[in-house]
Design a binder for this molecule. Sequence first.
Ligand code: FES
Ligand code: FES
Length: 167
Amino acid sequence: MSERVPIALEVNGETVARTIEPRMSLADFLREELELTGTHLGCEMGVCGACLVLLNGKAVHACLMFAVQAHGERVETVEGLTERKAIADIQEAFHNNNALQCGFCTTGMLVTAHEMLSRGDILSREEIRDGLSGNYCRCTGYQAIVNSIETVAQARAVAGAAPSKPE
Ligand code: FES
Ligand code: FES
């Protein structure tokens, strides 16, 4: 058995420190060590997008990273985005458009949508579909999800709201 190693990183604005197996994935670290179970594990191969989190503001697959690789870095999960209300309008749009059924893919979809919308561009449906190409949903079909993101993009543009920056 490999020797456990200490790591410290910022997760959702708080510094956390643990001693872990070096081969523990970031997704397992978030779920098992920190009980942040909004980060879902589907394929564990970087394909389905259920495990997406922000690493220093950029969406990454938490299933493909070792937790030790996040040592000293800044991670934000769907819980953190929810808490600081960065995705409140996206969540509301998903709700209003029935863009979720089992919800398994939803947290990853929200992280992707947040990253897309944070660029501040007016997104075409094609761009939204393209942006979602790494997120698999087995339930809804994608129409309602694309509708939701398009609705938020338009609402934010109309409101002239500054896009919330990924952090
Ligand atoms: S669980 Fe990470 S991409 Fe599927
Ligand atoms: S809502 Fe069930 S997998 Fe997407």
